[in-house]
Design a protein around this ligand. Structure first.
Ligand code: NI
Length: 181
């Protein structure tokens, strides 16, 4: 079972860190995205019960806190410990790199993280393979799908059921190409 108090404390921290930020495309408060990713992790844990669920859920709730909310990894280390800070750092794209290089770089850093951190990336992309914003071109949708395949190839071994779920979502994403130029 997971630590309910730790989960609530992390959610409080993440909600405050992201403040008024909204989920791109939907307008929902950002915390909705974070809870969706955490829920994917809990669902994965319910299936296998073979990983440190508190580490994984904490990283899920904080996975965008450095990249999108400007929280310093040192603050995460102090509040949540070094494993969480290292995990969230690996889940953070390096904006000093050119955009096309950022995902491969993050995946390389994730490859040496524990599977609890790796599976957060799978859960994040499962969550993000929702209907794309209407203004996305066919090329952009294809690129997003291909990037999801890259994530699955790199990190799928972290959790079988979650990898299968991501594979199904990638297949289903196909329907968003059909009528688009
Ligand atoms: Ni995310």
């Amino acid at each position: 079972m997971w630590n309910q108090d730790q989960l609530a404390r992390t959610l409080d921290f993440a909600a405050k860190a992201h403040g008024d930020q909204r989920v791109p495309g939907s307008g929902a408060p950002y915390v909705v995205h974070l809870v969706k990713v955490a829920t994917e992790v809990l669902r994965a844990f319910a299936e296998t019960r073979d990983f440190d669920v508190d580490l994984a859920v904490t990283c899920a709730l904080l996975h965008d806190s450095v990249e999108d909310a400007g929280v310093a990894p040192e603050v995460l280390a102090k509040e949540f410990g070094v494993a969480v800070a290292a995990g969230v750092s690996a889940l953070t794209k390096d904006d000093a790199l050119e955009k096309p290089l950022r995902m491969a770089d993050s995946l390389k850093r994730l490859a040496v993280q524990p599977r609890e951190v790796q599976l957060v990336k799978l859960a994040d992309r499962v969550t993000n393979l929702e209907p794309p914003p209407p203004h996305w071109t066919r090329a952009r949708r294809l690129a997003y799908r291909d990037e999801a395949r890259l994530i699955l190839d790199a990190l799928g071994a972290a959790h079988g059921p979650l990898a299968r779920r991501l594979g199904e979502r990638i297949e289903a994403y196909q329907r968003f190409f059909d009528d688009v130029r």
